[in-house]
Design a protein around this ligand. Structure first.
Ligand code: PLP
Length: 369
């Protein structure tokens, strides 16, 4: 253990970072070897295959981007959006908004579809937008909106998006490893995630996968990719067979991700999704029994993030500070238009544990009553 870091004991129940298992932290403490060492490249191969399994894809180009979830988002947009492209972004929370801003910075004509917070975008609404914008090149949506706690159903979307001649980009940051993400079956073309949520590894890598349809679009770009670091044409030369140096792979992070993915394999995806659901349902029952109101109807409520209305007369910050200082438990406040109005509780990866939720409920009750 490092002697100069006084890290307090915490139960991380905010929507990321989630608690990181000891095995993952131990994996990261292994000696650093070279990123072109055959022993490390074998780990790279294994991580890529494990990521394909958790993404539900056979995509050749599947890799962890060096950077947090937002780097995965920029990788997804920077390589597949060109200046002047019409890009539809479903804006139903902070992370949809972030994608709209990032696409605008790339010179896209962004068509933002504003959905009231807490609600979903219907298939009919998607069809209406596609019909109104026949030149659309890409549609971007967040599957699990961390700022609202909404699960966006996406079945039937790919058929409509592909029929319109567009690519389908999905943010699965708060979904991957906690709720089903079936990239090939659901017809997603470009998908990114983050390690610090339901995968229960530290923040720092962004799992990413892309299919041949999208790669074909990339090969026909009119303009060069406007980023050196996130140029997929270069990066895939390291993550593909050539193993050419582009940037130094973050060795220790990849050790940690490998261990996190091994833990997921040991549990099995189906059992893992069931655990997230069961723990979330117990949390909801406990919160409602305390008289608290949940923000999202059950029909499209995420199991991985629960959003709770702060009761009238209760100070958001005071409660969260007391939870942290008196019980060592972290939950999060609201973002954007829900700042000060809600709390957000992560039920993610290692954090999706009934005993953690009971501890939170007991402490929250003590502070509120
Ligand atoms: N997308 C969603 C849905 C998120 O919840 C987050 C982070 O919370 C991001 C993107 C950005 O990820 P990061 O903060 O790791 O850059």
């Amino acid at each position: 253990m490092a002697q100069n870091l006084a890290i307090p004991s915490r139960l991380c129940l905010a929507p990321g970072p989630s608690p990181v298992p000891f095995r993952v932290r131990q994996a990261m403490a292994n000696p650093v070897i070279g990123h072109l060492d055959p022993a490390f490249l074998a780990i790279v191969d294994a991580v890529q295959q494990d990521l394909r399994d958790v993404f539900g894809t056979a995509n050749r180009v599947t890799l962890p981007v060096s950077g947090t979830g937002s780097a995965g988002m920029e990788m997804s947009l920077t390589n597949f959006v060109e200046p002047g492209d019409t890009v539809v972004v479903i804006r139903q929370g902070v992370f949809g908004q972030r994608m709209a801003e990032a696409a605008e910075k790339l010179g896209a004509q962004v068509v933002a579809v504003d959905i009231p917070w807490g609600q979903i975008c219907s298939l009919e609404e998607l069809s209406r937008v596609l019909a109104a914008h026949p030149q659309v090149r890409l549609v971007a949506v967040v599957m699990a909106e961390t700022s609202t706690g909404v699960y966006q159903p996406l079945d039937g979307w790919a058929e409509r998006i592909h029929a319109a001649g567009a690519l389908f980009l999905v943010d699965t940051v708060t979904a991957l490893g906690g709720i089903p993400v079936e990239v090939d079956r659901q017809g997603f073309d470009i998908v990114f995630s983050g390690t610090q949520k339901c995968l229960s590894a530290p923040p720092g890598l962004a799992p990413f996968t892309v299919n041949e349809r999208a790669l074909e679009r990339l090969s026909r770009r009119q303009h060069p990719v406007p980023s050196w670091y996130l140029d997929l044409l270069q990066i895939r030369e390291y993550w593909g067979n050539a193993r050419l140096y582009h940037h130094t792979a973050p060795i220790s992070m990849i050790y940690g991700l490998k261990e996190a993915l091994t833990i997921i394999q040991e549990e099995g995806l189906t059992a893992r999704y069931r655990r997230h659901r069961q723990v979330a349902e117990s949390l909801w029952a406990g919160l409602e029994a305390m008289g608290l109101e949940l923000m999202v109807p059950r029909t499209h409520r995420l199991t991985t993030v629960t959003t709770v209305k702060i009761p009238d007369g209760i100070e958001d910050r005071v409660v969260r500070q007391r939870l942290l200082n008196e019980a060592g438990i972290e939950i999060a406040g609201g973002l954007g238009q829900w700042a000060g109005k809600i709390w957000r509780i992560g039920v993610m990866g290692e954090g999706a544990d009934i005993s953690h939720m009971m501890r939170l409920l007991v402490e929250l009750r003590r502070i509120l009553h």
